[in-house]
Design a binder for this molecule. Structure first.
Ligand code: ZN
Length: 168
């Protein structure tokens, strides 16, 4: 039987949860203090409200579309650092995408935050740390559910779009 090689201990597996401990300070708190895309949107195509009773977070999301693209996302409301940072990261990473792609990212993020398959969430990967804290999952997913609803409201007035996805 081969002895366990000493250097094998040096290998570290990527762990979003462990990395989150360090990233929490600089990313979550930074976005919480200076949220991107924060504010009202007078002329919105779609709006939605979200409320998380367990933490007291509330968020209002408004969107403007341009053809099939999600041109502008704004949010406002009151909430904990996680919900504010999640909304800020969401708005700044989803704004500008085509609606189909935005919807796919929203659903993928909600699934991943809730404990589903780990996917690359880009700048929002830092949010995956909430998987370790079930009470905070709702804080993180709240703005994403609100954006999904606002997008649904906005696209109701649009002609039906093809749901085929391109791999290109
Ligand atoms: Zn919260």
């Amino acid at each position: 039987m081969q002895p366990v090689l000493a250097f094998s201990c040096a290998y570290t597996k990527f762990s979003p949860v462990e990395e989150w401990e360090e990233l929490y300070q600089e990313v979550i708190l930074e976005h919480s203090r200076r949220p991107r895309n924060y504010g009202a949107l007078e002329e919105a195509d779609g709006r939605a409200m979200g409320h998380n009773a367990s933490c007291g977070d509330s968020v209002a999301v408004a969107v403007c579309l341009e053809e099939k693209r999600l041109r502008t996302i704004r949010f406002c409301g009151e909430g904990c650092a996680i919900s504010r940072a999640s909304a800020s990261l969401m708005a700044s990473s989803i704004e500008g995408l085509e609606c189909i792609e935005a919807l796919r990212r929203i659903d993928g993020t909600i699934r991943a935050l809730g404990g589903g398959e780990l996917v690359d969430l880009g700048p929002c990967t830092v949010l995956l740390g909430v998987r370790k804290f079930p009470m905070r999952i709702k804080c993180a997913t709240l703005p994403w559910h609100a954006l999904r609803e606002a997008l649904a409201n906005a696209t109701q007035s649009l002609p039906p779009v093809s749901v085929t996805t391109s791999c290109g």
